[in-house]
Design a protein around this ligand. Sequence first.
Ligand SMILES: [Zn+2]
Length: 443
Amino acid sequence: VSPPRTPLHQWLGLKLGLGPGREPDAAAIAAYQLDRLRATLAWVRRRSPFYRDRLAGLPAGFPGDLGDLARLPFTTAGDLARDHLAMLCLSQDRVARVVTLRTSGTTAQPKRLYFSDQDLELTLDFFHQGMSTLVEPGGCVLVMLPGRTPDSVGDLLARALARLEVRGVLHGPLGDPGQALRAAADQGADCLAGIPVQVLALAEHPEAGRLSGAVRSVLLTTDYVPRALSARVSRAWGCEVFEHYGMTETGLGGGVDCRAHCGYHLRGADLYYEVVEPESGAPLPPGREGELVVTTLTRQAMPLIRYRTGDLGRLLPEACPCGGVTPRLDRVPGRLANRLDLGGGAWLPMWRLDEALFEVAGVLDYRAGLRADGRGRRLKLTVQAGPGERPGLAAQVERAAAALPELGRALDEGELTLEPVEITRAAWASDGTTKRTLLEPAG
Ligand SMILES: [Zn+2]
């Protein structure tokens, strides 16, 4: 039995302007994207001083095809911090929302992004269609995302759900898990949408049973989702777990998996994704992993041309088992920069440590601190433990880490030592606007 087709398939057909009964296919999607790309390039060159300079001297008829995009310079997080006003394509009174994003590093200026009413409407529409993958009219979603500010992610999601005749109850990021569980039960929520580690804390809370049989689906979003974490949430409530990939730069919505759960169906009408080799910036073919680069195709206020996301990713060349033909992205394993220097030229991407540690029962979250000084290179893991007695948790975590071949080798070769694992009961706060920073600054 094949899984139900993603609703984003038909949605894309409508966006492409295909008549009734006509299905989108790869050629129709590419033709639409090329058309939108040309319109976006014309728009930014007319309206934005930043892009007018940056894209001066393009030959007539550019781009001839989507591959030509690779000849244009990248836009970076630094550009969003320095030149946001010069990137703006509308007068400021037509900006409906400004988002200021803190970036890592103490000296870094914040990034700033601008959205028009039309930009926000396109996000609402994507949330509406995307959520129809996992909830049905009459349902109720507890939205555990920031939503107090108008047009914030939680606010937009709740409004999108209303279009689907689903009740979106805005709860906000997790504070007191017991209270959140009671709220979900009182409201009759059959779906939860939240930050991965916060939903895990809820799923393994002593009162999680309140939602057994009630919660049928969960959407994990705003951060990378370790496979092991997703499996634990699914086991706790016997529910289906979906993942959403997006960032403020993609207009919050980016892509969501379908019921086949093998990669994200991308918001192909509004976004064009490339994957490039991180060092050289050379484009990589579908199937190869590299840095995700995104170009907006419909953004009005502040379009992005070849924005380097800093995220690792891989486009999936093969068709989805659900039959939906939107462009697809493999699950995103995290930030390129989020990796441990094991010494001797060896590196460990943090997503590998994530997968190993979230396999350990009782680990709700963790941080890694790497120190290199006269005593060599030392790795300190601090683990947030779930409720109940957890004898032997520190030893289990240590074994799970050392079982990673890269880490085990560095330990054997004396490049690295593992300090005693520290166990804490306190959760690291997250307001859902920043990704988990696993790597603590060395101190
Ligand atoms: Zn699918």
